[in-house]
Design a protein around this ligand. Structure first.
Ligand code: SAM
Length: 216
């Protein structure tokens, strides 16, 4: 993977920046704030089931997984979390992230073996899969929630395609929710085309709107 730098965002939480792509892993207004608003409040908190299966495109720093774990514990849920990632962070990179300095859980999320589902505790099971998003073979009707956190469509247009979104749609259960941070027209059109009911909702600070899509 290309050279990556640690950065501190405006809410004080760390993120990663890739100079060659001019892309951040999170909003520079606040990584934690963004994760909480988009993935936790706008998707996870909308699903009322006790047991929830989540697929994340772009495990990256593990921040969304950590916030999801915290939510599961606080709300007495059982979550099965699948994180796809082609370019895992190295130990020196994830050790420098300041999400939860005392958290053995955060380090465990990174150090767990890939390709095997591991039990963190009764609230959270994690399977990290090192793979290109386009090669992940889906299980039909399996996921309740998809966190789509790839780099932006203008940076990685090959990851925002009809074929990929068709697969995602097929992998989700009816009532499932797909969430992503962009409201680009091309993304919303693709989501509609593959069958989702698409809505624009309020975004976190620095981003007026985000996209949420439902499989009916
Ligand atoms: C916006 S960042 C994800 C941020 C992450 N959710 C977090 O909380 O840190 C996009 C992620 O997609 C990964 N990625 C980029 N291209 C990929 C590909 N073709 N297949 C799988 N992962 C890819 C990057 O390595 C990066 O971790």
């Amino acid at each position: 993977m290309k050279y990556r730098e640690l950065v501190i965002t405006e809410d004080g939480s760390a993120s990663i920046y890739i100079p060659a792509l001019k892309e951040h892993y999170h909003s520079h207004f606040g990584a934690k704030q963004e994760s909480q608003h988009i993935f936790i409040n706008s998707a996870l908190a909308q699903v009322s089931k006790e047991s929830i299966t989540i697929l994340e495109y772009g495990f990256g720093t593990g921040l969304n997984a950590l916030m999801t774990y915290d939510y599961a514990k606080a709300n007495n849920k059982t979550i099965h979390y699948y994180g796809l990632e082609k370019y895992p962070l190295e130990e020196k990179e994830y050790s420098a992230l300041n999400y939860d300095a005392n958290s053995t859980v955060f380090i465990a999320l990174h150090q767990l073996e890939w390709e095997i589902e591991a039990k963190i505790d009764t609230h959270f099971y994690l399977k990290k899969i090192q793979i290109d998003f386009r090669e992940f073979s889906i299980r039909p009707l399996f996921f309740d929630i998809v966190y789509f956190d790839a780099f932006a469509p203008d940076i990685q247009p090959h990851l925002w395609t009809n074929a990929l979104f068709e697969n995602i749609y097929a992998s989700m259960k009816p009532g499932g929710v797909f969430i992503t941070y962009t409201v680009k027209g091309i993304v919303r059109r693709l989501l509609k085309k593959v069958g989702f009911k698409v809505e624009k909702i309020a975004g976190p600070p620095g981003k007026r709107e985000i996209t949420r899509a439902w499989k009916e």
